[in-house]
Write a protein that binds this ligand. Structure first.
Ligand SMILES: [Cu+2]
Length: 153
């Protein structure tokens, strides 16, 4: 009676193996693969840089000739301060709108959606070297740019 028992156990083992492999294949193709294809893998140090970089839209920015986006043409560095936050400190609504459509491979399209009301902010994580020129939609004389470079260290 030992022969049927062991062949039965063998059969169960084979079935378990097949089920296990199918589950892995299904998981790989329906969960892992789409996830990894959807977004490029970006280092944690880039997604969580050492500090935020702040650009203030200063009070009075709406008036032509005044300073508006401060600092106006900064360079930020990946892993150091590539997470950039625009704060609207003015008492007028403004936007951060790219001069030409611009996107970051990981973070997608650059630019605030709608206006930033007084006190609102807009943040964007740059994940690759790039340069963006932007302006304020309602006040096109307000312009700024930002350069993103690899960290030197
Ligand atoms: Cu404006």
């Amino acid at each position: 009676m030992s022969a049927p028992t062991s062949s039965h156990a063998y059969g169960v083992g084979v079935i378990a193996l097949i089920i296990g492999m199918s589950v892995s294949v299904v998981f790989y193709t329906s969960f892992y693969l789409p996830e990894s294809l959807a977004k490029p893998s970006v280092s944690d140090h880039i997604l969580h840089p050492e500090k935020d970089f702040i650009i203030d839209i200063i009070p009075g920015a709406v008036i032509e000739g005044n300073e508006n986006y401060v600092p106006n043409n900064p360079t930020v560095y990946l892993t150091i301060d590539n997470k950039v936050i625009w704060n609207n400190l003015d008492d007028t609504a403004h936007t951060v709108t790219p001069d030409h459509r611009h996107s970051d491979t990981y973070s997608g399209d650059f630019g605030s959606t709608g206006v930033l009301k007084p006190g609102d902010s807009y943040e964007f994580i740059f994940t690759e070297p790039q340069e963006v020129h932007y302006h304020c939609q309602p006040h096109p004389w307000m312009t700024g740019s930002i350069v993103v470079e690899k960290s030197r260290f």
